[in-house]
Ligand binder design. Structure first.
Ligand code: ATP
Length: 360
């Protein structure tokens, strides 16, 4: 088992693109770690630089405390699963799984035993004689994983491991992958552009933008307290409301922030009164008040409601600004209804209007 330490890492392509642009990161021994970000943010390049498939331009990569920055890929102790699985079409499942061992000239009997054991761990029993073309997408994905695991690397690197599967298989494979990683305890870094996948699987998530790290934290932290408006926009299946607001004079610890349609309670201790801010509040943390409200609240009119299954996402027009709020499906108000929205101060986040960084 091994941790990964990345210091001052930059990967610059010959065309001058700084795909990874000065990154510091520590992945702990046994951790399930997600690299998350929009297309082109540099996550695949970072993974390939850890694997040694792209040369680092600046900085260092350490695996299990050894500096591998200039070590060739085959000698880094990493096993990588590519997005398209990269299985050998002419080899059967058993041969595919044990290929890395064959390259290392491991004896046939050991290879056969490894294929059988790994096939058992990945629910591939009975498929060892088949060729990749005779397997479903989910089975091919598990063969690619089996091959990576059989190679006994210290670190597992997965590039968009679930992206080639259809929606239902994806969910199944997600659960399978999480359990497998937990059982094996192998340090795993996986790349995804799907925030729901990162939230569901990872112990910690690094959110990237333009080759840089924008936030590092547990799924709970990045969901509940995005460090900036970029992460706030990116995380969450319903987008966070980001509303222009002005901090009202604070009385004690809990103050208020004025926004179109009224105000919301907020922890304003560290923000001066009258500061112009961006107010972040997730639709899930707003509630439609049922009785009279005395404290800070937003007033508006329901524009539309979308069914999300057990919940509905209701869009409310608050003095010309649209605000999303999720409600239990059975309490969905109809369009045209006047509503009052409230939220606990602890859920109302204040961001610097210019830099987008979290203030309180
Ligand atoms: P995606 O989710 O679309 O795969 P990504 O976050 O993994 O995106 P990368 O593939 O790492 O991003 O690309 C980061 C940046 O580097 C992009 O601007 C991309 O155009 C550029 N890039 C990637 N590969 C190369 C290359 N071989 N040569 C030059 N530029 C490249």
């Amino acid at each position: 088992m091994a941790g990964i330490d990345i210091e001052g890492l930059a990967t610059v392509y010959p065309n001058g693109v700084r795909a990874v642009d000065g990154l510091d990161l520590h992945v702990a021994d046994g951790e399930f770690f997600a690299l998350l970000g929009p297309s082109g943010c540099g996550k695949t390049t970072l993974l390939r630089t850890i694997a040694g498939l792209e040369p680092a331009t600046e900085g260092t990569v350490r695996i299990d405390a050894a500096d591998v920055t200039r070590t060739e890929p085959g000698k880094r102790g990493v096993a990588m699963v590519f997005q398209d699985y990269a299985l050998f079409p002419h080899m059967n499942v058993s041969e595919n799984i044990t290929y890395p061992l064959k390259v290392r000239r491991v004896a046939m009997a050991t290879r056969t035993a490894t294929a059988e054991r790994t096939a058992g761990e990945l629910s591939l029993q009975g498929l060892l004689e088949r060729k990749p073309a005779q397997l479903s997408g989910g089975q091919q994905q598990r063969v690619a994983l089996a091959r990576a695991i059989a190679s006994q690397g210290k670190v597992l690197l997965l590039d968009e491991p679930l992206s080639n599967l259809d929606a239902r298989l994806r969910l199944e494979a997600r659960t399978f992958l999480k359990k497998l990683q937990r059982d094996l305890g192998i340090t795993t870094v996986f790349v995804t552009h799907d925030q729901a996948e990162a939230l569901a699987l990872a112990d910690r998530i690094a959110v990237m933008e333009s080759g840089k790290l924008r936030q590092l934290g547990s799924p709970r932290e990045v969901f509940a307290r995005p460090a900036n408006t970029f992460v706030a926009n990116f995380i969450g299946s319903t987008p966070m409301n980001l509303l222009p607001g002005t901090v009202a004079a604070a009385t004690g610890e809990v103050g208020a922030v004025s926004v179109a349609g009224g105000s919301l309670p907020a922890t304003t201790v560290s923000v001066p009164a009258d500061a112009e801010v961006t107010v972040g509040i997730r639709p899930e943390y707003l509630t439609v008040a049922s009785g009279d409200v005395t404290g800070p609240a937003l007033r508006g009119v329901v524009v539309v409601a979308e069914n999300l299954g057990t919940q509905s996402l209701v869009t409310v027009d608050c003095d010309g600004t649209l605000v999303g709020v999720t409600v239990p499906e059975e309490t969905e108000p109809s369009p045209g209804t006047a509503v009052v929205l409230t939220a606990p101060a602890s859920r109302v986040l204040l961001y610097d209007r210019d830099s987008g960084e979290l203030l309180a």
